[in-house]
Design a protein around this ligand. Sequence first.
Ligand SMILES: [Zn+2]
Length: 237
Amino acid sequence: MTPSANALLQADDSADTGTQQIRDAIRDAIVERRLAPGTKLSEADVGNLFNVSRTLARAALQALSYEGLVSVEKNRGAFVAYPSPDEAKQIFAARRLVEPGILREAAARITPSQIQHLRQLLQEEGRLISERGQTARRAEIKASGDFHLTLASISGNAIMQRFMEELVARSSLVIALYGQSAVSSCGHSEHGDIVTAIEAGDLDRACHLMVHHISHIEADLDLRERKSFGLKEAFSI
Ligand SMILES: [Zn+2]
């Protein structure tokens, strides 16, 4: 390989890393609901914020649009996605299909120290629920999503893990838009029951609990079209 080609490859590598970092940071902000559905994401602002070129910012926004987290409108720019009620239903239906499979894979490989780690996550979640304030709320939302993502990472399937990152972030957008209760999107005790069933080796029960858990999150949504806050208003910033 010529030195210049090598340099080009390295530049490409760092561009990829930059795109990935921006993508992860924006996804986290969406999951923690620091970025609301419909928020304008200008390439210039994203570029300045992360100290990268507009080209890199555009690539990151484009990548997020493939995940369904950002909507790129011709001549208008990029916005945090504003999922419709139909899309919301499909996201939870996808989770009910995918998560029992992930759970079975994870349970087949899980080690005692990973069970311990899941229990620690639950403890942290419980601690955050009892705390007040915005920061604690955000951390709690993140911790509740982390439970599902941790199971995906234990499953050892990187593709499913990426898919779950997308589904958890899209769920967070849906809950921000249509969620009714002020409490956590994930019932804390339901997570605990799932871990107990995995530990007991009762996978049918664990899967059953997982499907019900996802249905409970969906049941808390009010999936009527938002008349006073339609697409047009949401995208007219
Ligand atoms: Zn949950």
